[in-house]
Design a protein around this ligand. Structure first.
Ligand SMILES: [Fe+2]
Length: 607
């Protein structure tokens, strides 16, 4: 049975294909369209999924969409009567609803000449999130929680999963949403783009929660894990704010009202300097989010008393809060699949349909490599075509038949302070680069932000970098660590290790690790192992392979990114492209960073 799952007309449009309940392919549309968070109908991601499966549209038995406009009709009506929203908002919603109802027409239009004979299923937005969390998890039994801005008129849902079944116990409906609260505060702090919430999360660790008391007026905690927003601080319940899109980057109007500025002071303009007040407000917003999450989780725990928790929805990407769950609640194991945001609805809706049809339980998703991969021949062809150009630009090309030799060479280069673009295997599913499309550096460098900003990325100084660590060494470096293959938890780094890895140690002594198992990604595991042999440090700094764009998908995009930045080395499978002339390490002598075998790290520690 072939099931095609879609997240369409939402941010992070995506497609996922299951064959007999097993994932064959999953990818976000933004990776193909090259526009971050692309929202609309994911025709290119669908085309990729069909190609990966070696089938045509006519072979698809079921299409599952993570949206069902028919749910909560009475509640929608009651809301309209109560709040009398802008008529343009109502028209917008109706238009989008009509659009969503014609998904089979959209499919046929996107694949001219192909017949679609399958059945279309609409899976309620949060049920799709919950299905993506539970059915992809290793748990046979778990409490499940979905938290986001909004989808199908609700923002929160929780319940339990058992074997092939999911039961939803409770929901929080529009206009109340902890995800929307966080998004509104993100806008207030001068980060207007969809998906900027992680910037506030990063900024929060530099501030103190001095506004927490004041902010508590914005959200009221209610019995049995419920909560409500004080709507006086928001606009989304009465004004025209898009939650659905027909193509392009998702754009939101301001979600907060003047009331929030009366409460916290003037909002920050996007280019305004960040002050202590902004950092303190970020810290307070994060603290309030954690309070509300804790309140919900307590109710969920009280209800089920199950040690396992699976989470999804955009809020499940709040890795700082996630990292505290096992410390502050009774839950012992947490699973967050890599595309926990709306893209994951493509996976979840497909999984929901599969299990509804009585299919065997899907194998746990223990790696994220479900996107396009490229044959060595494709890479060789590209490199040959570009050979003269690369030579003219001062690049050397090397081919490595021996994997171990390539890993040793890369480990030496990273240890010598070079910035390496690593392109290997299939593209990651979800927002994080996890060792297929990654830029790698030495985690021992104290000047990493300056170095990476100089060579590749212009990004805010408060945004931390994260490590990929050999799973077998993780407990020696991080406190309270379980498996975190998808970088979904920020955890305390053991105090005696802070000085050894200043590049990935946040200001508050935490880090956001990816635990790498040999089985999940043998090539990446071998590379980090080689770095460990070289330096005694079982991790590398891993940042996404891109430059203000979606993560690179193809070898061509990786090469273009390499050439337009000052990256030192690009590895495309077995090909290494190295700039002959080092672009310089900010005027610092290489010897300061050159690593001998098992070097004493005192000379780089925290200085
Ligand atoms: Fe969602």
């Amino acid at each position: 049975m072939i099931i095609l799952g879609l997240n369409a007309y939402h941010a992070d449009a995506a497609a996922c294909l299951l064959r007999d309940g097993k994932i064959v392919a999953a990818a976000e549309e933004e990776r193909f369209r090259r526009i971050k968070h692309w929202a609309g109908f994911p025709s290119q991601a669908i085309a990729y999924c069909l190609q990966e499966a070696g089938i045509g549209l006519g072979d698809v038995d079921h299409v599952a969409l993570n949206s069902d406009p028919k749910v909560h009709r009475l509640e929608r009506l009651a809301h309209m009567m109560r709040h009398r929203p802008d008529p343009a908002l109502v028209l917008d919603r109706l238009r989008n609803r009509r659009k969503r109802l014609s998904v089979s027409d959209e499919l046929v239009a996107a694949f001219p000449g192909q017949l679609f004979k399958g059945t279309v299923h609409r899976i309620e937005h949060h049920l799709a999130h919950l299905a993506s969390a539970f059915f992809a998890s290793p748990f046979q039994e778990a409490a499940i929680l979905s938290l986001d801005g909004f989808g199908d008129f609700s923002s929160t849902a929780w319940g339990s999963g058992q074997g092939k079944n999911i039961a939803v116990e409770r929901r929080v409906l529009f206009p109340h949403s902890i995800g929307l609260f966080y998004q509104a505060l993100t806008q207030y702090l001068g980060f207007p783009h969809y998906g900027d919430e992680y910037k506030v999360m990063g900024l929060a660790s530099y501030g103190r929660p001095l506004f927490l008391d004041r902010l508590r007026r914005v959200i009221r905690l209610e019995a049995a894990g419920g909560f409500s927003l004080d709507l006086g601080y928001f606009r989304h319940h009465r004004e025209r704010i898009a939650f659905d899109w027909q193509g392009g980057a998702p754009v939101f109007a301001p979600l907060y009202s003047d009331g929030l500025e009366d409460l916290l002071g003037p909002a920050r303009a996007p280019n305004e300097a960040l002050t202590e007040r902004h950092r303190d407000i970020a810290s307070s917003a994060q603290a309030l989010y954690e309070e509300v999450l804790g309140h919900i989780l307590q109710a969920v725990w009280d209800n089920y008393r199950l040690p396992n928790l699976a989470m999804a929805g955009g809020c499940a990407l709040n890795s700082v809060a996630n990292g505290k769950i096992r410390q502050t609640t009774a839950f012992r194991h947490l699973y967050v699949q890599p595309a926990a945001g709306d893209a994951g609805g493509a996976l979840g809706s497909a999984l929901a349909v599969w299990h509804k049809h009585g299919g065997d339980r899907t194998p746990p998703m223990d790696h994220a490599y479900w996107g396009p991969g490229f044959a060595s021949a494709d890479i060789d062809r590209l490199v040959m075509a570009e050979a003269a150009n690369l030579a003219a630009m001062g690049c050397e090309i090397g081919h490595f038949d021996d994997d171990a030799e390539l890993c040793r060479e890369m480990a030496s280069a990273i240890a010598a302070g070079h910035v390496v673009g690593w392109f290997d295997g299939r593209l990651e599913w979800g927002p994080r680069a996890l060792g297929s499309r990654s830029i790698l550096c030495d985690p021992r460098r104290a000047d990493i932000k300056e170095l990476l900003n100089h060579k590749i990325k212009r990004r805010e100084s408060f945004r931390p970098f994260a490590p990929s660590i050999l799973a077998e060494h993780a407990a020696a470096w991080f406190e309270g660590i379980d498996d975190v293959p998808f970088m979904t938890e920020v955890l305390p780094i053991r105090p005696d290790k802070h000085a050894l890895v200043p590049a990935i140690t946040h200001v508050d002594g935490t880090g956001r690790p990816q635990t790498v198992r040999q089985k999940a990604n043998p090539a990446y595991h071998a590379l980090i192992s080689a770095f460990f042999v070289r330096t005694g440090i079982p991790m590398v700094l891993n940042t996404s392979f891109n430059e203000n764009e979606p993560i690179v998908c193809t070898p061509r995009e990786a090469l273009d990114c390499f050439l337009r930045t000052r990256m030192d080395i690009l590895v495309l499978g077995h090909v290494m492209i190295r700039r002959r002339q080092d672009t310089g390490l900010l005027g610092l002598p290489d010897s300061r960073y050159a690593a001998d075998n098992h070097v004493s790290d005192s000379h780089v520690g925290g200085s």
